[in-house]
Ligand binder design. Structure first.
Ligand code: FES
Length: 92
């Protein structure tokens, strides 16, 4: 099973960029929902800060790759980058 971590960190001061301030909490819920709807073998979890705050929302894939600037509009692209489908066709 692939694991995907979505940074949901809020930074201490509102003028500091953070993934949560850019909508990562709703992205986390949306990704969980899409993975479930598409019956994908992917576990989506929240994460603490990944150190790339200015590039968020950030996702880390269990193989170590990062996806920066993630958002719900890119869900199909995100799932392909995550390799969520393995050998399955992407259409469900
Ligand atoms: S707040 Fe998400 S990487 Fe720092």
């Amino acid at each position: 099973m692939k694991k995907v971590f979505v940074c949901t960190n809020h930074r201490k001061f509102s003028d500091q960029p953070s993934c949560a301030a850019r909508g990562s909490e709703s992205l986390l819920d949306f990704l969980k929902s899409e993975v479930s709807l598409r019956d994908l073998d992917v576990e989506v979890e929240s994460s603490v800060c990944m150190g790339h705050c200015a590039k968020g929302p950030n996702i880390k894939i269990s193989d170590g790759d990062f996806i920066h600037g993630a958002n719900q509009d890119l869900v199909d692209e995100l799932l392909l980058k995550i390799d969520a489908y393995g050998n399955r066709p992407t259409l469900t």
